[in-house]
Structure formats: structure tokens, C-alpha cells
Design a protein around this ligand. Structure first.
Ligand SMILES: CC(C)(COP(=O)(O)OP(=O)(O)OC[C@H]1O[C@@H](n2cnc3c(N)ncnc32)[C@H](O)[C@@H]1OP(=O)(O)O)[C@@H](O)C(=O)NCCC(=O)NCCS
Length: 173
């Protein structure tokens, strides 16, 4: 698929890939930055590189199902947002480098992603999940206008010693 960028007031969303290895490592290898995440932290830069290779391969497909974007602020990557399309539903994900938390960047990036995929891909239903203890992510979903529609146990975050629970949130446009 042709690569495309998404612009918001303060941010640029551009396809994630190998060029961002160093800035992805900054958050993907960090425990505090990833403790509520299902697939992170990565154990090594090699693991991040393998992930980014997969991201590039997905972007190269004619009809990708999964779109990963680097979030760029003033020329610097500050995080990433993603959307996975399945049966007309878009599953959202986000992570910001902890240096930039609390500035409204996650909400702004996710809102731009939702608006873009609604307009250009006709997506009307969005879903997202987070650990029930992940207050920042939960607040992000609520600020996006998403409603809580489920709570499930049995979540095993990669860095966790024990199972936790997760919330499901949904948005219908
Ligand atoms: C979740 C995350 C992406 C939010 O990024 P952010 O750019 O700091 O978020 P925003 O600034 O847009 O803030 C969103 C809301 O969360 C709140 N928030 C942010 N950090 C918070 C914290 N540590 N505790 C409580 N609320 C918090 C903000 O105040 C805001 O709500 P408010 O306007 O009602 O106050 C970021 O915390 C992060 O990267 N976490 C680690 C990765 C992760 O867990 N990703 C989600 C996996 S499901």
C-alpha cells in the first residue's frame, strides 16, 4: 500500500519502520513504560528490530490489516499508535515515550487516527483494551468518547508476575 501520513495540530503520524529503531527502543525496552502492556517490554534491540521488520512488511502489503504509525513531534518520535482492522472494526493501540506523558499527545494522535480511518477506510466501530490498573490508558479511551463495554480476567502482561484483568472500550461513530 502507498504510505500515507496523518497530520494533527501538533503531531505527524507517519508509517513506523526500521528507521525508528533507536527511538522505539527508548520506550519498548523500558519497564516503567511498558509494565501494563501485553506484548512488551522487548528483551533486546534485536527483538525491536524484528518487530519493526514485521511492521514494514505489513505496510508493503497491498491491503494491510495492521497499521503502525510513529508519532512525531517537532521532528522527534515521541511514541506510536496503531490500528488493526478486522471485519470493519478498528482495534486501537498506543504508547508514548514516558518523557512526553501528560501533554495530551496520546489523545491527539488517537483522535487523528480515528478520524482518518473513519473518513478514508469507512471504519465506524473502534475497540480498545487496557489493563484495569492502567489509569492513563483508560482515561485516554474515555477522553476519546469510548464507552466501557467489558471486563475480563486472565490477562498476563509480559512483565507481570501474576494475571490481571482488562477493560474493553468501544466507540461507534
Ligand atoms: C497511555 C498513554 C499512551 C497516555 O499517553 P499521554 O500522552 O500521557 O496521554 P494524554 O496526555 O493524552 O492523557 C490522557 C488522559 O490520561 C490522563 N493521564 C495521563 N497519565 C496519567 C497517569 N499517570 N495517571 C492518571 N491519569 C493520567 C491524562 O490526565 C488525561 O486525562 P485528563 O485530561 O482527564 O486528565 C501513556 O501513559 C503510555 O504510553 N503508557 C504506557 C504504555 C501503555 O500502557 N499503553 C496502553 C496499553 S493498553
Amino acid at each position: 500500500m502507498n504510505h500515507f501520513d496523518i497530520h494533527s495540530e501538533r503531531l505527524l503520524l507517519t508509517p513506523l519502520g526500521f528507521d525508528f529503531l533507536e527511538s522505539v527502543n527508548e520506550y519498548a525496552l523500558d519497564y516503567e513504560n511498558t509494565k501494563y502492556m501485553f506484548h512488551l517490554p522487548n528483551e533486546s534491540s534485536e527483538e525491536t528490530a524484528a518487530f519493526l521488520k514485521g511492521v514494514e512488511e505489513e505496510w508493503a502489503k497491498e491491503n494491510p490489516e495492521s497499521f503502525e504509525f510513529a508519532v512525531i513531534r517537532q521532528g522527534r518520535q515521541i511514541g506510536a499508535v496503531s490500528i488493526y482492522l478486522e471485519d470493519g472494526t478498528g482495534e486501537l493501540g498506543w504508547i508514548m515515550n514516558k518523557k512526553y506523558w501528560g501533554n495530551g499527545f496520546a489523545c491527539e494522535a488517537a483522535k487523528a487516527l480515528i478520524d482518518y480511518f473513519a473518513e478514508h477506510f469507512g471504519v465506524r466501530h473502534f475497540i480498545a483494551h487496557c489493563d484495569t490498573e492502567n489509569i492513563a490508558s483508560r482515561r485516554t479511551m474515555e477522553k476519546l468518547g469510548m464507552a466501557r463495554t467489558g471486563e475480563y480476567g486472565g490477562r498476563m502482561n509480559r512483565a507481570a508476575q501474576r494475571e490481571s484483568s482488562e477493560y474493553q472500550y468501544e466507540l461507534n461513530l
